[in-house]
Design a protein around this ligand. Structure first.
Ligand code: CA
Length: 133
């Protein structure tokens, strides 16, 4: 009898565990990028700790706030354009990555990690300035 009465409770606990277990942080953070048309960056690989949400048209340069520069490790591109991640140098900028429309990049790679200062937005692939990747 006692087991019978506890069975529904055990089922509920199991269900709650399933629900809680399904909220994988990476998935939740990835969905944190708002509606389509946005470009998002995260501090950590695996979409950990979102730091910015941007939008803009092809031909535009979007500068990150000074606090957000040299920190990007993950990105999601929900726009229809190519976003060129640029590391600014005195004298010359260096493109460290090109993110295609729809890209979900859990880790931007050692070459681009913690380097991006601004994005040049392009309508077509292969038009990032000074691609060095
Ligand atoms: Ca930089």
């Amino acid at each position: 009898m006692r087991i019978k009465r506890l069975a529904p409770i055990a089922g509920l606990v199991f269900t709650l565990a399933m629900v809680l277990g399904s909220t994988v942080p990476a998935t939740a953070a990835l969905s944190d990028c708002g509606q389509s048309g946005k470009f998002c960056g995260w501090l950590d690989s695996g979409y950990g700790t979102k730091i910015y949400t941007l939008s803009g048209n092809a031909g535009v340069t979007k500068y990150l706030d000074s606090n957000d520069r040299d920190k990007t490790s993950s990105v999601r591109n929900r726009t229809n354009n190519y976003w060129c991640g640029v590391n600014q140098h005195i004298g010359a900028d260096e493109t460290v990555a090109e993110f295609q429309p729809g890209a979900q990049i859990s880790y931007v790679g050692d070459f681009a990690n913690d380097k991006i200062d601004h994005y040049d937005i392009k309508a077509n692939s292969g038009n990032c300035y000074n691609p060095t990747f």
